[in-house]
Write a protein that binds this ligand. Structure first.
Ligand code: IMP
Ligand code: MG
Length: 172
């Protein structure tokens, strides 16, 4: 395991994003939608860095099995608890790889007629992802590494690491 993003660096960036979001959504009816499973830790930290009142909900979307490559089958493992109609929605994703999960989510959530829908992602493989997909609040632009820690898993493991590292052959 090679550590790439320290706990301190992640927290500093999450706090910056929280301040930006607090300014941008001031006076608006904001709902964070954390994307499970990977987004649970980022969502927990980000919501505490946001100084304005807001709701937090979770949606479960799974596109990965135990492998490190993408496949396009996305299934809901949890749906939203409350309606987002007319609300300002911020989807909170751990990492955008191909962007397929988010494209699916955005399209599907738009059907519920939120007033606005934006995206926060801690990591964004910007060069690899669909150029039509905008991440409004990206934590870090990254290359095509496979990352684990801070919510990100490999076969369900490593989510608890406080830092983010790249998975090496020896870790698989
Ligand atoms: P996408 O649909 O290809 O953008 O994949 C998005 C989902 O796959 C993310 O929400 C993650 O849960 C998972 N994923 C993508 N890249 C990584 C990675 O480097 N490490 C761990 N999980 C990843
Ligand atoms: Mg995810």
């Amino acid at each position: 395991m090679k550590a790439l993003y320290s706990e301190e660096r992640i927290h500093a960036r999450v706090d910056e994003l929280g301040r930006e979001i607090s300014r941008d959504f001031l006076g608006k009816d904001l709902v964070l939608i954390g994307v499970l499973n990977g987004g649970f830790i980022f969502t927990a930290d980000l919501c505490r860095s946001i100084a304005i009142p807001h709701e937090v909900d979770f949606i479960g979307a799974s596109s990965y099995g135990d492998s490190t490559s993408s496949d396009s089958n996305i299934v809901y493992t949890k749906t939203l608890k409350r309606s987002i109609k007319g609300k300002h929605v911020l989807i909170v994703e751990d990492i955008v790889d191909t962007g397929r999960t988010l494209e699916f989510l955005v399209k599907d959530l738009q059907k519920q007629e939120p007033k606005e829908l934006r995206i926060a992602a801690l990591f964004w493989k910007k060069e690899k992802a669909n150029p039509n997909l905008t991440v409004h609040y990206p934590g870090f632009d990254i290359q095509d590494d496979f990352l684990v820690g801070y919510g990100l898993d490999y076969a369900g493991m490593y989510r608890n690491l406080p830092f983010v590292g790249s998975l090496e052959e020896a870790d698989r």
